[in-house]
Every structure is written in structure tokens, then in C-alpha cells.
Design a protein around this ligand. Structure first.
Ligand code: GLU
Length: 292
């Protein structure tokens, strides 16, 4: 099997330690398996994005010694294909329009799970609507790090096109992973419960199913994932090696002290040769204290 991996950051801000973990694990697993590694910028949600973040991300990855295959794909250039897939689902009655607000759903169901109201009460054509995909069953899967996974409690008709006109992450990521022939998806465990939704869309579109490996997310002492919202510090581009060393340690790899005095590309070569995915802790979250 040809290995094709990817790193798919959303340009909401500069990369931080949490993003480095996903970049590094996906990169090393691909390279250790003689695979290709693609970079995809998931810039589908302008209100959440930071101007200039894409350039910052690419520059930072270069500084950290990452080398990707082919050209960088930007989701903002790919609306046509998402539109095509969306229409295919609508035409085959596998998706339907919905104008329920979060508040209405909560009032009716007492949760955020959708009750399929609009399937039996279609909104008028003139109404501004989201599109939901029919989804009855949870699809279990075998995660390469965490083992057997199943999330029946999150099964509902999820949104694939938002009411504000934007394509939803679940649709775009599934289409792109298939179009790029991604065989292995290595990413943070915060996306673990999105995986059954993506498996469901793969089945509807007759796409092959990639293998999944979800790495632990780094959290602060309150158990919150490092992110822009929790004020994670941007990576320090002028000194990549110590941060790469810390990321390797977090991922259960055991970098030898001498290798930590080499330049980043050499450290990455060493890490590729010594990569053992089975050393990554089988845990969804691990606390991480950012150095002062
Ligand atoms: N764009 C997503 C993020 O930055 C990652 C998508 C994925 O790896 O599936 O959280």
C-alpha cells in the first residue's frame, strides 16, 4: 500500500505546540513508511481566520525543517468540488435543508443532537438553510493508537453546509482526503468523534477508507486543549530544535541528548529513522506545561 499522509491546519493563527504535535506525528509516520506528506490549508471559515496566518504557518513549517510533497492545497480554491458533492447528496435524498436554530433544537430535544424535524417539515425554498446529511448509524473504527472506537452518543444528521453559506469541515475534509488519496490520517484526538461522520460520508460517496491514528492533545492545567482560545504561545521560529525535542518526548519518542544539538532537518531525519508509532501514549489528552 502506498502511504500518503497530510497535515491540514486551519489558518486561525500562528502554529503552537499543539499544532506542532500533529504536524510532527503525521510527518514522521509518513516518512518512516516511505510515504508522501501533503500540506492542506483548511481556510473555509473566514470569520475564524487571521489574515496572514497561512504564510506564517508555511514559513514556520519550513523553519522547523518540514518538507512537503507537491503544492499546498487551499480549501478556499475548492468550492466547486464541494458544491458538486453537496448537490449529489441532495439529489439522492441523502441530505436535506434545515433552518432550525441551535436554540430551537435545544428546546425540543434538551441536547444539541438534531431530531430530524426539517426532514419531515421541509422549510420553504426561500428560507436561508443549512444542509444536513442523513446519518442513522455510528460507524466503529480501529484507531492505530487508541484501538477500537465508537461514538453512538454523537450520531445525528450533521451539518455539511452551513446556513451562512460556508461548507462544513466534515464535508470538505472528507472530499479532500479522498481526492488526495490520503491513506493515513494522523491528527489530534480532539477530532476523534468527527471520524465516524467522515467514515459515513466516505461510504455515501464510495470513497476508500483511510486508516486513522489520533494522538493525545496537549492541555493546560485546567484540562483545556492548547489553542488560540486558550492563549497557547506561538512556536518560536528562531529556535526550533528544543521545541521539536519536547514534541518528540510528548509523543513518547526518546530523542538522544546529542541529537538535540543538531539543526532541525537533521533532528527530523533522526526522528524518522527512529520513529515508533507504538510509543505514542494511548491517551486522548496529556497535560503540557509550556516552558517560561
Ligand atoms: N483543520 C483541522 C484543524 O486545524 C484539522 C483537520 C484534520 O486534521 O482532519 O483542527
Amino acid at each position: 500500500m502506498t502511504y500518503i499522509g497530510r497535515f491540514a491546519p486551519s489558518p486561525t493563527g500562528p502554529l503552537h505546540f499543539g499544532s506542532l504535535l500533529a504536524a510532527l506525528a503525521s510527518y514522521l509516520d509518513a516518512r518512516a513508511n516511505q510515504g508522501q506528506w501533503f500540506l492542506r490549508i483548511e481556510d473555509l471559515d473566514p470569520p475564524r481566520e487571521m489574515p496572514g496566518a497561512t504564510d506564517l504557518i508555511l514559513f514556520c513549517l519550513e523553519k522547523f525543517g518540514f518538507e512537503w510533497n507537491g503544492s499546498v492545497i487551499r480549501q478556499s480554491d475548492r468550492s466547486e468540488i464541494y458544491q458538486d458533492r453537496l448537490q449529489a447528496l441532495l439529489k439522492s435524498d441523502l441530505a436535506y435543508r434545515c433552518n432550525c436554530s441551535r436554540q430551537q433544537i435545544k428546546q425540543r430535544t434538551g441536547s444539541s443532537l438534531y431530531d430530524r424535524f426539517c426532514y419531515s417539515h421541509p422549510p420553504a425554498k426561500t428560507e436561508l438553510c443549512a444542509v444536513r446529511c442523513l446519518c442513522d448509524t455510528d460507524i466503529p473504527f480501529q484507531d492505530l493508537i487508541l484501538g477500537q472506537q465508537q461514538f453512538p452518543e454523537y450520531t445525528d444528521d450533521f451539518v455539511i453546509h452551513r446556513r451562512d453559506g460556508l461548507f462544513a469541515y466534515q464535508l470538505a475534509v472528507t472530499v479532500d482526503d479522498a481526492e488526495q488519496n490520503i491513506s493515513h490520517i494522523v491528527r489530534g484526538s480532539d477530532l476523534l468523534d468527527s471520524t465516524p461522520k467522515q467514515l459515513h460520508l466516505q461510504r455515501l460517496f464510495n470513497y476508500p477508507q483511510p486508516l486513522y491514528a489520533h494522538i493525545p492533545v496537549a492541555t493546560n492545567s485546567q484540562g483545556q486543549k492548547l489553542s488560540k482560545q486558550t492563549f497557547a504561545r506561538p512556536l518560536n521560529q528562531s529556535d526550533p530544535v528544543p521545541q521539536l525535542g519536547q514534541a518528540l518526548q510528548f509523543l513518547g519518542q526518546q530523542p538522544e541528548p546529542d541529537i538535540l544539538s543538531c539543526p532541525a532537518p537533521e533532528l527530523l531525519r533522526w526522528a524518522t529513522e527512529n520513529w515508533k508509532i507504538e510509543r505514542i501514549p494511548a491517551s486522548t489528552a496529556i497535560e503540557w506545561k509550556e516552558a517560561d
